[in-house]
Write a protein that binds this ligand. Sequence first.
Ligand SMILES: Cc1cc2nc3c(=O)[nH]c(=O)nc-3n(C[C@H](O)[C@H](O)[C@H](O)COP(=O)(O)O)c2cc1C
Length: 394
Amino acid sequence: MAGSDLFAPARLGPVELRNRIVKAATFEGMSPKNVVSSSLIDFHRRMAAGGVAMTTVSYIAVSQAGMGAPAEIYIHDGAADGLARIAEVVHGEGAKIAAQIGHAGAVGEVPGKRVLGPSARRTRMGAKVAEISRAEIDQVVADFAAAGTMLRQAGFDSVELHFGHHYLLSSFLSPRWNRRTDEYGGSLDNRARLLLRVLDATREAVGPGLALTAKMNIRDAVRGGLEIDESIEFAKRFEASGRLDAIELTGGGSQQNQMYMFRGDVPRAEFEQILPSKAMKLGFRLFGRWLLPGYPYEEAYFLPMAARFRAALSMPLIYLGGVSRADTARQALDAGFDFVAMGRALVREPDLVNRMRDGSATEATCIHCNKCMLSIYTGTRCTIDHPEPLKLVR
Ligand SMILES: Cc1cc2nc3c(=O)[nH]c(=O)nc-3n(C[C@H](O)[C@H](O)[C@H](O)COP(=O)(O)O)c2cc1C
């Protein structure tokens, strides 16, 4: 793919994108009935009208058991009509539409729910994680395929497999969380096995007409977790499968060390405020710095590590993490990435891409305060511009 023209059309597998900027998955929390809602349609209509080449509906659980949060879509018959509607509206604005699909695994911990992981353990919050059985693994693979089929039938252009952020599939790659001794644990080939099965099954379901991408961790950023050298080896296996049109790189996760993924301010006071009990508030006040360490924001903060994947792989890659400026996006393209994904900048300014293209903006007004992270339970938004009260809903 030639040159660093951010606004030149480019192909993502079988799909022609009008430019190189993709709206990254930012869980919207707008589906209280677990189906597409009018606010979710409006959220993505604004992204599409604002100039992105493709917007990503996220996060969609492949089954009810794979949900990570309330107000989330999960794949079931009742979700089909809404998915078709949102695809139609986004297409009406000239953009393409992707869906991020996954199984939350232990990220979906809520009191009373049976949460699954590669191996049995307790989470930091004390929840019991059950070792997923072989039959349940087969079911997860079938659920990804069913999700792919539903999204193809709904008219989606692309499906993003969530292989990152400590979700179920991410945990299989992790030497910390995957302690299995069967064919799904131990060696790199074994730890990649379930993900390769998911790749095969989802590609089969979406067919050749949709793009298929995976979002995976560069590193887990937890002690004993996945590190970059092994992650590159996994990425090579995904490339060799021939099933994927691109890989999007990320890091950190939703079980621990959440700020590694974002960088910038840590909204500790706001987090404490939304915790439901006095005991939790006190615990967070005492241990918040340890539970939620911060990392300073830098433009393109993952680029030095992501460049190692670029050197090791020949398939298309999507750069993600700290793109707030047009020149940062160009820097990523110059470094050999095929597309850039933007999250927080577009949550605040859905029309940023149009304004970068016409030259009226060169950078986002997002200040990386990260309070949008806490808005996911009440409808994801920039809380500076929309300061309605924040709430934690489990
Ligand atoms: C409010 C919010 C919700 C997010 N939800 C998801 C999600 O559902 N799935 C996912 O893979 N990443 C999610 N992310 C992470 C983003 O995709 C992205 O990795 C992160 O914001 C860094 O990119 P940025 O610097 O462009 O914002 C979320 C980020 C934010 C701010």
